[in-house]
Design a protein around this ligand. Structure first.
Ligand code: C2E
Ligand code: SIN
Ligand code: SIN
Ligand code: FE
Ligand code: FE
Length: 644
C-alpha cells in the first residue's frame, strides 16, 4: 500500500445507510495513511446537496439502502462529475451485479468482507481520475483552438511535408471561393491560393520554410472566379518530437481592401504630380514665348515638353509656306530627315485633312489610312497619330503632329495637356510674327493654365471629398461674393484661381489624418495646420499664380487673430482670403466630412452670422448673407440640404 503512505487529505463522500459502516471505512483509510474527512449521505437529495456543497476525492457507495441504491447514486455523481472516482462498497452480491455496476460507470467494486483491497483501489482510482481530467481538459482546449482556427478571421491552410493540402479553414474557402473538397490532398502549387506567385518568390518562400525560418509577406492571390486578392501571408513549419517537419502552416489575412485603398491613393498622388509638372511645363513655354523672338526656339521648347510629359515618340510643327502652298516642318523630333524636309501640299494627306477640318485628328492605327507619307511613317514603326490645327485669327497656319509606336493613352488630362501645348504653339507662331499681339498671347496662355488648374482642383476634390465639382462651385460662389463686394474685375481671375487651389496644401497631409472619422489629436492638428504653408511653398515659385496666393495661404486666418498659420488679425488678412473663408466654412459645414455629417443650410448660416467679428470679417458676413438671400445659391449635393 505504498501509494497511500502519505498523509494526504482524502475527502470521502460515503453513500451508506449504516453510520457504523461509514465510521469503519473512515478508520480503515485513516490507518492507510490518509487524513480522512468524510461525510455520510443516504438519499438522492442529500447526495446531490453534498456534491453541490463541497469538493470530494472519492465516493464510496453501498449497493442497496432503504429507499436508495448504487445505480441511482452513480447517475447523480456522474451527472455532477464524470471523473470523480466512484467505488461500490457492499455486502456480498453476485458477480453479475458487480459487472453491471462497472458497466454503468462505477470505477471499482469492493466487498465488505474483503476491505483490505479498498485503500489500493482508491489510490489507483485517484491517479486515474487525474489522468482522465487532464485528458479531458486537453481535449477541451484542443476543441477551443480548433474552433478559433476554423471560425477565425484568418485564412488557414495546412500542408504535409510533400506540400499536399491537409486542411483549409472556413475563411480560406470563403475568400478564395474554392470548396475544401477541391483542394484537400492536392499539392499546393496546383490550387488557386498561391497560383499567382512568381517562381522566384515561390523558391524563396520554399527555402525559408524548409530551413525552418518560416516566411512572411504580402502576396497577390487569385480567387476561384479569377479576381485578385491580396493577403498578408505567414508560413511556418511544425515539427514532431523527432525533429522531422510534419506540417507547413499558412496563415493569411485578407488585406485586399487596404491594398486597394493604397493603390487608389498612389494613383491620385501620381496624377497630382503629373499635373504639377505639366503646369510647370506650360510656364516654361510661357517664359520662352515672352522671352524669345526666335520662333524656332520656342517651338523646340514645346516639342521638348511634349516628349517629356506626354511620352510621344515623335513630333513636328509644320507651318504654311505661302510661296509653295505647302506645309513644311520647322521643328521636329524623332522623325527621319526626309520626312521632315518633304513638304505636304495643301489638302494632301492627313495634314491636309486637319487643315480643312480645323479639328484635332486622331488616327489610332496609321496603317489603315492611305498616303505615301503615311506609309513611310508606318514603315518607321509608328502606329498612333494625332495632328492638331494651329489656328491664328481664324486661319490654320500650322499643324502640330505627334506620333507614337503604341496607342495614345485614354486619359482626358493627357489630351487636355496636348491641346494646351498646341494652343501655346499657335500663340508662339502668332507672337513670332506679330509682336503687338503680346497682350492677346498672354490671354491665350492663361486659358491653357486655367484648364490645367481646373484639372488639378478636380483631382484634389477626389482625394479630400470624394466628389468632384465642390471646389469649382466654391470658386464660383467666392467670385460672386467678391463681385458683390465691389472687388475690381482685374482681381477676380486671381481670386478664382486662389479658390480653386485653396486646399492644394492638403496633398501634404497624410490620408490617416485627412480622412480620420473623428477629432484630430494635437500632433495631427499640427500637421493639418501646415496645409496653408505647404500651399505657399509650392505655389510661390509659379509666377502666374503668385497673385492668387492670398487665398491658399490665408484662408484659415481669423478676424480676431486666432487663426493660422500667421495669426493675422482684421484687415491684415488679405480681403480675398477674408471673403473666401466665409464661403469655405459655409461649404464645409453644409457638406459631409469624414469627421461629421453635413449641417443644414439654416444651421450653417446661423453659424456664419454668429461668427461675424470673431472668425469672420463682419462686412463680408453681411454681404454673404445678403447674397445668399437674393440668390439661394444651392451649394449642392452631397447632403448639402441634409439635417444637421
Ligand atoms: P474642412 O473640412 O474643409 O473645413 C474647413 C473649415 O470649415 C474648418 O477649418 C473650420 O473653420 C470650418 N469647419 C468645418 N467643419 C466644422 C465644424 O464641424 N464646426 C465648425 N465650427 N467649423 C467647421 P479648420 O478648423 O481650420 O480645419 C481645416 C481642415 O482640417 C478641415 O477642412 C479638415 O480637413 C481638417 N479638420 C478639421 N477638424 C477636423 C476633425 O475633427 N477631424 C478631421 N479628421 N479633420 C479635421
Ligand atoms: C507554396 O506553397 O507554393 C509556397 C510555399 C512552399 O512551396 O512551401
Ligand atoms: C470646398 O469644398 O472647397 C470648401 C471646403 C474646404 O475646402 O474647406
Ligand atoms: Fe483649408
Ligand atoms: Fe478648405
Amino acid at each position: 500500500m505504498s501509494e497511500a503512505q502519505s498523509s494526504q487529505l482524502l475527502r470521502v463522500l460515503c453513500v451508506e445507510d449504516v453510520e457504523d459502516d461509514a465510521v469503519l471505512l473512515a478508520r480503515l483509510l485513516q490507518r492507510s495513511g490518509w487524513t480522512v474527512r468524510w461525510h455520510r449521505v443516504d438519499s438522492a437529495a442529500s447526495l446531490a446537496e453534498a456534491l453541490r456543497a463541497e469538493a470530494w476525492d472519492v465516493v464510496l457507495c453501498d449497493y442497496r439502502m432503504p429507499g436508495f441504491n448504487a445505480h441511482e447514486a452513480l447517475r447523480i455523481v456522474r451527472a455532477h462529475d464524470p471523473d470523480l472516482p466512484f467505488l461500490v462498497v457492499s455486502g456480498t452480491v453476485g458477480e453479475e451485479l458487480a459487472v453491471e455496476m462497472m458497466r454503468a460507470g462505477a470505477n471499482d467494486y469492493v466487498m465488505k468482507d474483503n476491505l483490505t483491497r479498498l485503500p489500493a483501489a482508491i489510490a489507483r482510482e485517484l491517479r486515474e481520475a487525474e489522468v482522465r481530467r487532464a485528458r479531458r481538459q486537453a481535449e477541451a482546449q484542443a476543441r477551443l483552438l480548433w474552433q478559433a482556427v476554423e471560425q477565425g478571421s484568418s485564412l488557414v491552410l495546412v500542408m504535409d511535408p510533400e506540400r499536399r493540402v491537409t486542411y483549409v479553414n472556413r475563411r480560406w474557402t470563403e475568400v478564395t471561393g474554392i470548396p475544401a473538397e477541391e483542394v484537400l490532398g492536392r499539392p499546393v502549387e496546383e490550387i488557386g491560393l498561391l497560383i499567382s506567385l512568381p517562381d522566384e518568390l515561390r523558391r524563396e518562400i520554399r527555402k525559408a520554410v524548409e530551413s525552418g525560418k518560416g516566411w512572411r509577406g504580402e502576396v497577390q492571390v487569385r480567387r476561384k472566379d479569377g479576381s485578385p486578392a491580396w493577403v498578408m501571408l505567414a508560413i511556418s513549419a511544425l515539427w514532431d518530437e523527432t525533429g522531422q517537419t510534419f506540417r507547413f502552416v499558412c496563415v493569411a489575412e485578407d488585406v485586399t481592401p487596404l491594398v486597394e485603398a493604397e493603390e487608389r491613393e498612389r494613383r491620385l498622388r501620381e496624377r497630382l504630380e503629373r499635373q504639377v509638372h505639366r503646369l510647370q511645363a506650360l510656364r516654361l513655354v510661357d517664359t520662352a514665348i515672352t522671352g524669345s523672338f526666335d520662333l524656332r526656339i520656342t517651338l523646340n521648347v514645346i516639342l521638348d515638353q511634349l516628349t517629356i510629359h506626354l511620352g510621344v515618340e515623335a513630333a513636328a510643327v509644320l507651318l504654311l509656306d505661302p510661296g509653295t502652298a505647302s506645309f513644311r516642318a520647322v521643328v521636329a523630333r524623332g522623325l527621319r530627315r526626309d520626312l521632315v524636309t518633304q513638304g505636304v501640299r495643301i489638302g494632301e494627306g492627313l495634314v491636309g485633312r486637319v487643315v480643312l477640318g480645323r479639328e484635332r485628328l486622331h488616327v489610332p492605327n496609321l496603317s489603315e489610312v492611305p498616303g505615301s507619307r503615311e506609309a513611310r511613317l508606318v514603315a518607321e514603326g509608328f502606329r498612333a497619330y494625332c495632328a492638331l490645327p494651329l489656328t491664328i485669327k481664324g486661319q490654320v497656319l500650322g499643324v502640330l503632329e505627334t506620333l507614337s509606336r503604341k496607342d495614345f493613352p485614354d486619359d482626358p488630362e493627357w489630351w487636355e495637356f496636348l491641346e494646351a501645348l498646341a494652343g501655346q504653339a499657335a500663340v508662339a507662331i502668332d507672337n513670332g510674327t506679330l509682336l503687338e499681339n503680346l497682350q492677346r498671347a498672354n490671354l491665350e496662355l492663361q486659358r491653357a493654365y486655367d484648364a490645367t488648374l481646373e484639372g488639378w482642383s478636380r483631382a484634389m476634390d477626389l482625394r479630400d471629398r470624394e466628389t468632384e465639382g465642390h471646389t469649382q462651385r466654391v470658386a464660383e460662389l467666392t467670385v460672386a461674393l467678391a463681385r458683390a463686394m465691389g472687388v475690381a474685375e482685374s482681381e477676380i481671375v486671381h481670386i478664382r484661381r486662389g479658390a480653386l487651389l485653396h486646399d492644394i496644401g492638403k496633398i501634404g497631409v497624410p490620408d490617416e489624418i485627412l480622412r480620420k472619422p473623428g477629432p484630430l489629436t494635437e500632433e495631427e492638428w499640427a500637421i493639418m495646420r501646415l496645409h496653408p504653408v505647404y500651399a505657399y511653398r509650392w505655389l510661390a515659385g509659379i509666377e502666374f499664380l503668385r497673385p492668387a496666393l492670398d487665398i491658399p495661404y490665408a484662408h484659415h486666418e481669423r478676424w480676431d487673430g486666432t487663426g493660422y498659420p500667421r495669426g493675422l488679425r482684421g484687415e491684415e488678412i488679405p480681403l480675398s482670403a477674408r471673403i473666401f473663408a466665409v464661403v469655405d466654412v459655409y461649404d464645409a459645414l453644409t457638406s459631409e466630412r469624414p469627421y461629421r455629417p453635413a449641417w443644414s443650410r439654416e444651421k450653417a448660416l446661423q453659424y456664419i452670422r454668429e461668427q461675424a467679428g470673431k472668425q469672420f470679417d463682419p462686412a463680408v458676413v453681411e454681404a454673404f448673407l445678403r447674397l445668399m438671400e437674393e440668390e439661394p445659391f444651392t451649394l449642392p449635393e452631397p447632403g448639402a440640404a441634409g439635417p444637421p
